[in-house]
Write a protein of this length. Sequence first.
Length: 253
Amino acid sequence: MSDTVHTIPCYGIIPARYASSRFPGKPLADILGKPMFWHVYNRACMCPHISRVVLATDDERIAAAAREHGVEYVMTSPDHASGTDRVYEAACAMGVEEHAVVVNIQGDEPALNPMMLTELVSPFLDDAAVQVSTLAQSITAADALSPDIVKVVPSANGDALYFSRAAIPFCRDGEPARGYCGHIGLYAFRFGALRRFTGLAPSSLEQTEKLEQLRLLENNIPIRVVMTGHKTHGVDRPEDISIILNMLRETAR
């Protein structure tokens, strides 16, 4: 990589809110004696391309835990409609440069492999035209049928053609030759693209599929899709904690 690659500032921001219909207080859930957000923060700090990682929260209980565990944080508005809006407010408060890369790191991924963040950032290091990136992985035909698993179809150059809860691409005869790609909800933005995204009104397709990334595509902001072989597991409900514990113990061996 050239010297230019190393001069691109890159920041990781972890949105963390206390309210959750399925798991109230989720960022504070105890995992091996530490709050969940600490594990996410710790793993994000392992990515060599990210120079600064910050927790973005609207709740003093989470802020107090961040202080206790030495995690840098930014207080944000409680009125944000999405985690991306919270990330943008935090990025503004941090004084992020216009050409910098901002990584939106999900706060409920305590078993996140730091290599996934490297993969997420890599397109910006190789191509100055990239504005947004995300990850995807190969999934089975059975998984493709689940509306809970978002599918993405990339173009020949790796940009997303479409995201859907439906099984795409539809294959009239069996399965598609390239198989199915399941979307992983990690995003990296150039700061200018993040600002533009948060300033756009929700789009028609976004509201139909309930997928905010479609707002980007409908407004001609391309999303570079990086295929990964690494696995992760989000925490949606308290019972997911046991799965995370097994994953963390496995990686600690």
